[in-house]
Design a protein around this ligand. Structure first.
Ligand SMILES: Nc1nc2c(c(CN[C@H]3C=C[C@H](O)[C@@H]3O)cn2[C@@H]2O[C@H](COP(=O)(O)O)[C@@H](O)[C@H]2O)c(=O)[nH]1
Length: 365
């Protein structure tokens, strides 16, 4: 190579380390989430991963997923999840993951925000799904972006009714949820003909591309924070939107992605809790007692970012362990994550929580 020719390999290495996008515009999209999670893991001193716990957990998780024949089909088997393989389900999943955050409550079971639907009471994530299904049953066009942007029709009063509770507590962050709906509605109407299918088609079957498109286009999906002077990306709701589409459509139609395995675990408040109970995650004593005391962790606090980043990395190590022992396994971070969330909810229902989940109030998860 002559002296005046740039060393392209070195340039690319430099770009990657600085987190600058690929030089080649045709390069496959990357979200940088896994890369940032590894960076957080390597720079965490208050949260650590236990390799022995990870190895044991990988065996237990794989066996349990096999016993339950856990697959994308499981997603539609949940009674509240939409079953039709059509645009109505695409629209349902979008608003669901636009608002899929912060359901935890400081009230007790009798007082916490609860949605009654089809003679059952739903809390947490399921209260959101129930509220949306109930609104559709009541002929409210709650899955329409044009409706969200129309403040004459989609009034705050209508939205309060959509999220009405059978208890005294209203849905957490109600005002923030309204703001997300207005923002997403306006952007979808202005830039995507009010169509979520158009948004998906713009990503050309790339999961990473759709995640980046959501993060670049909608501030309310841009789940990024500063950790040790570096901007890190979690993109939890953008990623779970792609994952829910993939699962709901079983990898076909609107759920067809050629790079779905680039999606990571979704950094929420449930998975760290179950990873800790498996012995995969370890907290420093001050953090552990903070969590056990149910004291809040403010959004962006180093401990919170370490919890989120180390959890993403922990699920990646679990995935590698499983694939190493079972090279034929059809498994990815999404299915492990979905399984861990459902398992965490079972343990909560059985009163078997080994540690509480951490309390951060934010629109990111
Ligand atoms: N990482 C991860 N986080 C998830 C889910 C789900 C539900 N996914 C369904 C779809 C397929 C699966 O099989 C599930 O049935 C909700 N969440 C997050 O948890 C929190 C709600 O907790 P709680 O208040 O206790 O319900 C909140 O941050 C919410 O965003 C998941 O799957 N993975």
């Amino acid at each position: 190579m002559s002296d005046d020719e740039p060393d392209l390999e070195l340039l690319d290495l430099l770009r990657k380390s600085l987190g600058i996008g690929p030089a080649d515009p045709n390069a496959a999209p990357e979200t940088k989430v896994l890369q940032d999670a590894e960076y957080i893991y390597n720079n965490s001193i208050d949260v650590a991963l236990d390799m022995r716990g990870t190895k044991n957990a990988a065996i237990a998780i794989w066996e349990s997923m096999q016993e339950r024949s856990y697959s994308t089909k499981t997603w539609s088997e949940h009674e509240l999840h939409p079953k039709s393989k059509d645009e109505a389900t695409v629209n349902f999943i979008f608003i669901m993951d636009l608002l899929n955050f912060s359901f935890w409550s400081e009230k007790n079971a009798e007082e916490r925000f609860t949605v009654e639907y089809k003679e059952k009471r739903w809390t947490g994530y399921w209260s959101l799904v129930a509220a949306l299904q109930r609104a559709l049953d009541e002929e409210i066009p709650i899955t329409s972006p044009a409706f969200w942007a129309n403040e004459e029709e989609c009034t705050e009063e209508v939205l309060r009714s959509v999220f009405r509770s059978v208890t005294s507590e209203e849905v957490p962050l109600f005002a923030e949820r309204v703001a997300c709906l207005r923002e997403a509605g306006e952007i979808l109407v202005e830039e995507f003909d009010g169509s979520i299918v158009t948004l998906i088609e713009d990503a050309k079957n790339s999961a990473a591309g759709l995640v980046n498109l959501l993060a670049d286009t909608f501030p309310c999906f841009r789940d990024e924070h500063k950790f040790e002077r570096r901007q890190v990306r979690f993109l939890k709701r953008a990623q779970i939107f792609v994952a829910d589409l993939w699962a709901a459509f079983e990898g076909e139609s609107y759920g067809e992605f050629n790079d779905i395995d680039k999606i990571t675990m979704f950094a929420d408040y449930r998975i760290p809790q179950i990873l800790h109970s498996f012995g995969c995650l370890i907290y420093c004593p001050p953090l552990e007692s903070r969590i056990r005391r149910l004291d809040p962790l403010e959004c962006g606090h180093s401990w919170e970012l370490q919890l989120r980043g180390c959890s993403i990395w922990s699920v990646e190590l679990l995935r590698r362990e499983i694939v190493r022992d079972h090279p034929e396994a059809k498994i990815n971070a999404i299915l492990i994550d979905f399984f861990l969330y459902d398992l965490a909810k079972e343990k909560e229902d059985e009163g078997e929580e080994e540690i509480p989940h951490h309390r951060t109030r934010s629109i990111w998860y």
